[in-house]
Design a protein around this ligand. Structure first.
Ligand code: AQP
Length: 330
């Protein structure tokens, strides 16, 4: 079966609606047709300053959310990145093949580093996309379900795979980005021209926050001075974002929603979308909390996932080390 790899950082107390609609929602059905490797990428989480206890807690909360969303640990390898040492080992080899200028052109690095003083920007933040390439290539993944913001990192991954293959012989599968058509980029509710992101907490809907708070945030989402409920990203980014979220969560098409809301106001749309979100997150939160009542069991699931993952990652790494000319270890 073709393979899938994707990961998510344990850098917040909750995933947000952008993470869910841009990426996580795709993870579940892909389990039917692919051999899936899903990772809570804790190595990536320490590229910025972090609190050790909080990181441990957020890693478990992240895993619990993935299970609650429908990742089945019997069918997929669900694991924590730091439990599989081959990610970091392959990353070093790829770092030695990536250009400094090439890595410097990554827009996410440019954005994130521009918000801090140079001495506070870690080398890890700079090499982050190369570690991400290793995450993917070590499983010989064919497809990588991610949001639009990851397209450039995926392109780097493909370039590194092709470069390695042409220098040392066919070693890596060259993966394709799997980016959803309608929800590739969910926008901030307060600033509907910027990506919904945990770095800007005001316009973000967190899956684990009090659902009443989510409904309230949706009621106060920024729209425009017009009246018409119409999907038009350029002129009505706020309304279009709400329609995209509504459509993705209910399965109703945007055209159906436009018809249903004809002649009605933004207030109705926001109130009803709030209800849709509450209905979605309430049972999800119950499931997440149930997984969190037994952290030892949760850790066991993750350890099993890491074992499964290592069966593949260790083979790839052995081939890579041999191809670059390292002596065989014991
Ligand atoms: N707004 C979004 N719309 C669609 N997809 C999104 N993703 C993130 N934001 C959106 C996708 O979520 C997956 C996990 O991403 P991550 O682990 O890299 O999370 P993140 O990037 O730390 O989340 P944020 O909120 O975007 O954090 P900042 O702003 O700090 O970078 C990925 O597939 C991503 O595309």
């Amino acid at each position: 079966r073709p393979r899938v790899l994707s990961g998510i950082q344990p850098t917040a107390d909750s995933f947000h609606l952008g993470n869910y609609l841009g990426a996580l929602r795709e993870w579940v059905p892909m389990q039917d047709t692919y051999e899936c490797f899903y990772s809570v990428v804790d190595l990536h989480a320490i590229t910025v300053e972090q609190d050790p206890e909080l990181l441990r807690q957020r890693t478990r909360v992240s895993a619990a959310q993935l299970l609650a969303l429908g990742i089945d640990p019997d069918r997929s390898a669900l694991f924590v990145q730091s439990h599989v040492p081959e990610h970091a080992q392959l990353s070093w080899v790829l770092e030695c093949m990536a250009g400094f200028g090439e890595a410097g052109r990554m827009t996410q690095f440019k954005d994130k580093s521009s918000r801090q003083e140079a001495d506070h920007v870690s080398v890890g933040l700079f090499t982050y996309p190369v570690l991400q390439a290793a995450d993917i290539l070590v499983y010989q993944a064919d497809a990588v379900p991610v949001g639009e913001d990851q397209r450039q990192h995926l392109e780097l991954t493909r370039n590194l795979a092709q470069r390695f293959n042409s220098r040392f012989g066919k070693t890596f599968t060259v993966p394709a980005a799997h980016i959803p058509k309608d929800t590739a980029k969910i926008y901030d509710l307060q600033d509907p021209t910027s990506k919904m992101s945990k770095s800007v907490p005001s316009g973000v809907i967190e899956l684990m926050e009090d659902p009443k708070r989510s409904a309230k945030k949706i009621r106060s989402a920024v729209t425009d001075t017009g009246r018409e409920i119409r999907y038009d990203v350029e002129n009505k980014p706020g309304v279009s974002n709400l329609l995209a979220i509504y459509s993705a969560l209910t399965g109703q098409s945007v055209a159906e929603l436009e018809t249903a809301y004809e002649g009605r106001g933004y207030g109705d749309l926001k109130k009803e979308l709030g209800e849709v979100v509450v209905e979605f997150v309430t049972p999800l939160q119950e499931k997440v909390n149930a997984y969190l009542t037994d952290p030892a069991e949760l850790d066991k699931v993750l350890h099993r996932g890491a074992e499964k993952a290592r069966e593949v990652s260790s083979q790839t790494l052995r081939t890579v080390f041999d191809r670059v000319g390292f002596l065989s270890p014991l």
